[in-house]
Design a protein around this ligand. Sequence first.
Ligand SMILES: [Cu+2]
Length: 154
Amino acid sequence: MRHLASALLCSLLLPAAALASTSPSELDITNAFARPTPPGATNAGAYADIRVTGDPVTLVSARSPASEVVELHIMRMEGDTMVMRQVKHIDINQNEPLTMRPGGGYHLMLIGLEAPLTEGQTFPITLEFEAREDIDVEFEVAPMGDMSHSMPNA
Ligand SMILES: [Cu+2]
């Protein structure tokens, strides 16, 4: 039932053209959130889980009215230093759902925030995939202590 509910929500957010899409794979996007930003912050990470059923999909870019640009980033250890780099795309397949969390791995980077992100606020990010319709996702600004959004080992 959870799955059906989120599929319905997604279809409501999609532009009418997407409903006519013949793409065989189905995307389930959940747990979309960002952290509140301190005053003066210009950048923020945003996170979501993306699960695909069917053919693999490729996330190629993202955009949002909340910031000037949204980049696809990965944060990982290089040697003994944690570094953040922009990536051109993120591949997602049925066996490897994308799980974005603060502290490491893939994330969306909001650069040039229009305003600080405040707890309880929501904002949209449009995810752009290769060879399929864009998807608008609503992100919730959730506090650090929200356990449903923390890393397993945080
Ligand atoms: Cu980043």
